[in-house]
Design a protein around this ligand. Structure first.
Ligand code: F6R
Length: 365
């Protein structure tokens, strides 16, 4: 049942190229995104004044990445809120709001309750769900399924990846309807999207490198994930993966925010995982890497092939991923983060598929 792997998590990490393909390929025809299951039309879309993303945990982290992506593509404000906060913050939601609800299980009680509240306030609900026929899927106005297949490990991997994949499709589809994307840019992104599964396979083939880095760093007591923009969004997920399965304390920080407090925690022996795949901000993030290095941190960097040599001048070790369209970077970056957490937890002898105190589907508030 684990397909020859020691853990479901390893199996599910390895299934990501297929899950990504299954989610994306049937919805791209002749170079165009086709979302037949979506009922929303151009006029309604134009009338929207806001997208409100609602989710918990890793699904929320997809939402954080989605905010960067969707605001850029649609030029409409996107808010991202934790479902457990949404109901109690007097959310500004009207008939002109679209609620984008993200959930693997489709049963997370906080997310479900927030979705019901958004509906009550008049929002149109579009959900991204993995489990077919789940409550969130049934109660949404529109649902797009992530065809990831059953996810057994408590720590999500392939659901996260396919949720992100759907964000790209939604972004392209809506941007096309709204006329906020040029033909050339649309074509470039679609072409790159179709290459992601192959690039994921390349990353997975090189997993021994990540295992080696894990063997160096598995005993570090404290880890900081830093990055800017979408690199920061992936840092949030990398940090959650590590702490939930390896029980190492970690935090994700927007790289530019370090000097506003957290840098006081950097000392010799602290591990900093520096994500700098987003080329536009590479130099900026690297200046923060220099700051933490000079305070004694060990730095494991992650960047794209075209920047690898540059990065390696400053970092102790560097994870290299293939170049892609900047918008799609989180899809490639997250996989080494999942592998790193997995191999660190393996070295530490943790119960990887069932970490302590956690449940796969959280149906209590
Ligand atoms: C982390 C993880 C959780 C879930 C969260 C939401 O690895 O799996 O943080 O992402 O509980 O669950 P869903 O997506 O089922 O609503």
């Amino acid at each position: 049942e684990k397909g020859g792997y020691e853990h479901f998590m390893a199996k599910e990490i390895m299934e990501q190229p297929k899950a990504f393909r299954d989610t994306i390929f049937p919805r791209i025809q002749q170079g165009r995104v086709v979302l037949d299951d979506l009922q929303i039309g151009r006029e309604e879309l134009e009338g929207l004044d806001k997208l409100y993303i609602i989710a918990c945990g890793s699904s929320y982290h997809v939402g954080v990445a989605a905010k960067y992506t969707l605001e850029r593509l649609l030029r409409k404000p996107v808010e991202v809120t934790l479902a457990s906060e949404f109901r109690y913050c007097e959310p500004i939601v009207t008939e002109r709001t679209m609620a984008l609800v993200i959930s693997q299980s489709g049963e997370t009680i906080d997310t479900l309750a927030a979705m019901r509240e958004a509906k009550r306030l008049g929002a149109r609900v579009l959900s991204i769900v993995n489990v077919v026929g789940s409550t969130i899927a049934r109660e949404s106005d529109d649902v797009l399924y992530t065809w990831a297949g059953p996810e057994i490990a408590v720590a999500t991997t392939k659901a996260y990846s396919t949720q992100l994949a759907l964000i790209y499709l939604i972004g392209l589809y809506f941007a096309d309807l709204l006329g906020t994307i040029s033909r050339e840019e649309y074509g470039r992104i679609v072409d790159e999207l179709l290459l992601i599964p192959t690039k994921l396979e390349q990353i997975l083939e090189n997993r021994k490198d990540i295992q080696y880095f894990a063997s160096i760093y598995f005993n570090h007591p404290s880890v900081f994930f830093i990055g800017r923009n979408i690199d920061y969004a992936v840092g949030l997920e990398g940090s959650l993966k590590l702490k939930e399965i390896s029980y190492i304390h970690s935090e994700a920080y927007a790289a530019g925010e370090l000097k506003h407090g957290t840098i006081s925690l950097i000392e010799p022996g602290t591990l900093v995982v520096a994500l700098a795949g987003y080329s536009q901000l590479f130099e900026k993030t690297m200046s923060n890497v220099v700051e933490v290095k000079s305070r004694g941190a060990d730095v494991l960097g992650l960047t794209v092939a075209s920047k690898a040599e540059d990065m390696a001048k400053t970092t102790d070790h560097t994870i290299v991923i293939p170049d892609t369209h900047p918008m799609l970077l989180p899809s490639l970056e997250v996989v080494p983060m999942q592998l790193f957490a997995y191999y660190v937890a393996l070295q530490r002898g943790c119960d990887i598929d069932k970490p302590r105190n956690l449940a796969k589907s959280v149906t209590v508030e």
